[in-house]
Design a protein around this ligand. Structure first.
Ligand code: G3P
Length: 215
């Protein structure tokens, strides 16, 4: 069970990574755009503190996909997880990279059949988009359960990386249904430690402690 941060804002990521509770970071072109930074600058800054960064490749054809992936992998080494879309070219790229021992995250997954192909292509991670399925009246967490059943039955090594998670309850439910990793926005990570009864209990304990300390 691991948590990744789904963000490209270095100043938000680093303090939370230092908590020791975060095992990786996932980025995508939209998150990079929101950061206002060049993707390579974001990866470089994170690379000192984060040991697993999903870096999405955007390309037009297979040779370009492979070329861009290898450039990232050569430059960042084992820190780089190459992120490719679950398309025909993306899966071919995945197979090529996996055969060379490079970690691949197959992203934009919305069905069990896509997850099966990603696993057969040797993906390290398959990323079903829970929130975007729910946005489209599909059962995002149901897909996590379906993929988990298939992977367990067939002893598949590919890890389920639940993505597009927008609330703390979905994190717990995704893990409960068999996700290996949840990648979450910093707001969701921060929310995970919060509980109104914790705050209330702590106020009482603080008050009682002060009342019982003699000196
Ligand atoms: O990393 C991809 C995924 O987590 C995107 O989430 O909220 O844009 O659907 P969202």
């Amino acid at each position: 069970m691991k948590l990744f941060l789904d963000s490209a804002i270095v100043k938000d990521i680093l303090p939370r990574v230092k908590s020791g509770l975060i095992s990786g970071v996932t980025t995508n072109p939209t998150l990079i755009k929101k950061s206002g930074r060049d993707p390579l600058d974001v990866y470089r800054e994170l690379s000192h503190d984060v040991s697993d960064i999903s870096m999405e490749v955007v390309a037009q054809d297979l040779p370009q996909f492979i070329d861009e992936s290898l450039k990232l992998s050569d430059y960042f080494g084992d820190i780089a997880t190459i992120k490719v879309p679950c398309t025909d070219i993306g899966l071919k790229t995945c197979k090529y990279l996996a055969n060379r021992g490079i970690r691949v995250n197959v992203t934009l997954v919305f069905s069990s059949s896509q997850a099966i192909l990603a696993a057969l292509a040797g993906a390290t991670y398959v990323s079903p988009f829970v929130g975007r399925m729910d946005d489209n009246s599909l059962n995002g967490l149901g897909l996590i359960a379906d993929i988990s059943n298939i992977f367990q039955k067939h002893k598949v090594d590919t890890q389920i990386l639940a993505a597009s998670i927008r609330d703390t309850q979905s994190v717990a439910r995704a893990f409960g249904l068999g996700a290996n990793i949840c990648t979450i926005p910093v707001k969701v990570f921060d929310g995970m430690s919060q509980h109104v009864l914790t705050d209330k209990g702590l106020d009482q304990f603080d008050h009682d402690y002060m009342a019982s300390v003699k000196n």
